[in-house]
Write a protein that binds this ligand. Sequence first.
Ligand code: PGA
Length: 204
Amino acid sequence: MTDFLLACNWKLFCSPLQERAMLANLPEPKVPTIIFPSLLSLGSKHPGYQFGAQRMDLIDQGAHTGAIGAYALAELCEWVLLGHSECRARGDNKIAEKAHQARSLGLKVMLCVSSQELDTPNVDAVAYEPLWAIGTGKVATPELIAEAIAGIRSQVSQGTKLLYGGSVTPANIASIAQNADGALVGSASASLEGLQKLFTALTG
Ligand code: PGA
């Protein structure tokens, strides 16, 4: 279980000051861990952790007020999350083009999908997140997770990490680790206490 990938999507749960305080006091990671804080808190480094952006625009360097492009993110973090359903609901699109641009500038891409249909197979990780499971307390059954992960695995290259996301908590993460290479965790990861509990649940 030690190479289980823990991806923490902090969404906009915390203020930038709260996030900075958390980032300054991260516990020793017990498994490979990526933190996706708000864009406002990117840029910190912490031994053993990787960091990622929750979204990006399909944009080159230049006169684009308010935009955030891959070339800028690549200076600040290793990963970008693309296609999260909360971003898609706000009109996020051109996910395949974004993935291509992000990777060409050195970022790793974690693609979020709510079914086995991928915007592009050319990504570093895929997080399968059924819409009804996100933030609802309803976690997918082991059978559904196993089926979706197998379906996605047949479409991507070997080495692509396949994660499950949607109402993952310290109580269910060990069982999720039976069927997925990692978990994308929202609210249960957005505090130092929550993070520590997830590590403990995974490694004892
Ligand atoms: P949740 O969110 O763990 O709070 O359900 C997961 C996600 O949206 O990535």
